[in-house]
Design a protein around this ligand. Structure first.
Ligand code: ZN
Length: 116
C-alpha cells in the first residue's frame, strides 16, 4: 500500500508524514491539534506502515468521535481490523474505482492483490 500524503476523516483533512525513527521513536503518532498522522518508515515494511496508518486513523476517530476508547482497545481494533482486511483481500472500492486509482498512481505502487 502506498501511504497517501493526506486523507479525510469525518470531514477533517489530515496530513500524513513519513518520518525517520530519530524524529519519532514509536511506529506512529496521531496529533489532534495539528490534524497530523506521522508514520515511522525506518526498519518497517510497507504492510507494517499500512497497519500503523490504520491504527492512527482509529486514534483520530476515537478523538473526533469522543469515543473514549483506551489504548489497548484501539490496539486490538486496529490489529484485528487490519488482519481481517488483508486476509480477506477487502478493498471497498468498486472495480471501476480501483482501475481509476491504479491508473492515476494512487495504488500503483501497492498493487492490491496479495498485499498484506
Ligand atoms: Zn496508539
Amino acid at each position: 500500500m502506498k501511504i497517501p500524503e493526506r486523507i479525510v476523516i469525518g470531514g477533517y483533512e489530515i496530513s500524513i508524514e513519513r518520518v525517520r525513527s530519530n524524529t519519532l521513536p514509536q511506529k506512529g503518532a496521531w496529533a489532534l491539534w495539528f490534524h497530523r498522522i506521522q508514520i515511522n518508515v525506518d526498519d518497517t515494511t510497507e504492510d507494517a506502515q499500512a497497519e500503523t496508518l490504520l491504527h492512527e486513523i482509529i486514534e483520530a476517530i476515537n478523538d473526533f468521535g469522543q469515543l473514549d476508547l483506551r489504548h489497548p482497545q484501539i490496539k486490538v481494533l486496529s490489529t484485528l481490523l487490519f488482519a481481517t482486511i488483508c486476509q480477506n483481500k477487502l478493498t471497498f472500492l468498486k472495480d471501476e474505482q480501483w482501475v481509476k486509482a491504479v491508473s492515476v498512481g494512487a495504488a500503483a505502487q501497492g498493487g492490491g492483490e496479495g498485499e498484506c
